[in-house]
Design a protein around this ligand. Sequence first.
Ligand code: GTP
Ligand code: MG
Length: 383
Amino acid sequence: MVEYIDPRCHKITRFKKDKNSDIYGLGVLLWEITSGRPPFSDYLRDASYALSIKICYENLIENPIVGTPLRYQQLYQKCWDEDHNIRPDIEEVYEILSQLSQLTTDESLDLQFNNNVEECQNCDSDFNDSKLHELSIGPDSKNLLIIGLTSCGKSTLCNVLSETDVFRESESSVSETSNHQKKYFEVDGTKYCVVDTVGFKHTKLSTKEILDKIEEGIYSMPEGISQILYVIDGRFTKDEIRIFELLENIIFESGILEYVTFVKTKFGNFKSQTERKKEKYKILEGNEKIAKIVNSCKDVVYVDNPPINIRIYDDDDRDDIERNKKTRTKSRTILLDHLEKVCQENHFELKMWKELYPKIIKYIDDDIEAKLDKELEKINIQE
Ligand SMILES: Nc1nc2c(ncn2[C@@H]2O[C@H](COP(=O)(O)OP(=O)(O)OP(=O)(O)O)[C@@H](O)[C@H]2O)c(=O)[nH]1
Ligand SMILES: [Mg+2]
């Protein structure tokens, strides 16, 4: 019955099913009504573990059946959306089904879905694209995990790396990315997979929810991680120091720093070696613990990825966009040169995260607020 179970039940340790999980199963049933057969019937029934891995980590979903009214199709796709916040509640499902049942045959024909290639609406994972690429890319891609505080430029970095605009860049002070998003791309024969994640200190999510979502991002790359790009957009802030303080023992024990590159974004002087050196010196000087972390990681890379989603009112705006595009191209070259050097053949083993995660959760369960305050106090005393 794995086909009907909310993927979060498999992905998230100690996940408690909720109404949203039932809506997921209902979405699968709604699809089944149009197909007349159980989902994923090509898969062996006795290989349910393999099937759950495919559903959870390779975004395996069923294709719409030709002739399905678009509104009906959109309804079940919304029900099984990876982002459980997007799933409708049962009242909404009832409402849409009632409306559809009242349509005449002619009206429902007008709603027919013509070519079955419409983009997965409201879906953070660029499923259609990744699904296509999975066919040619396979497990030998260099997997990049992007993490950092909210608004530090993670999604922008993903767009720059993959030369797309599929990652939503925030235009406000409210956190934009609320789910991980994955994209495959290729550079001179090297295959990459970049996974954008939810920012620490997300404006609407708790620390535990953020960690759960980052875990989902990690598990979306079952082969492991080639490099973690930890994005910072200024000096290390107290919040960043707190995150590292919180994870310090766990991170150091795991050997994960071998796989971490700090990416300093919004660094206008990124082309100047002197400025880069000065900046690194400032980082190292700032805090002993941060210096230890930075020295143990792969490197610090400096970039500037200024916005190109600027509204155009006059020629100045057009010039800005063109200039910013060029700056992004330069940043991309720096990033790719670095990645070529540091992406090891071996991946960071997922089982390590499996071992780490319960420890992190335990740490959080043990009264996170009190611990954070204590850590902050310690930092304040040192400053
Ligand atoms: N000048 C400049 N602006 C940047 C850079 N990177 C990101 N920005 C801007 O910073 C803001 C936040 O960027 P995002 O990429 O959405 O940041 P994020 O970390 O994905 O944010 P959340 O998803 O909300 O956690 C946007 O307005 C970007 O245009 C950079 O290197 N230089
Ligand atoms: Mg984002």
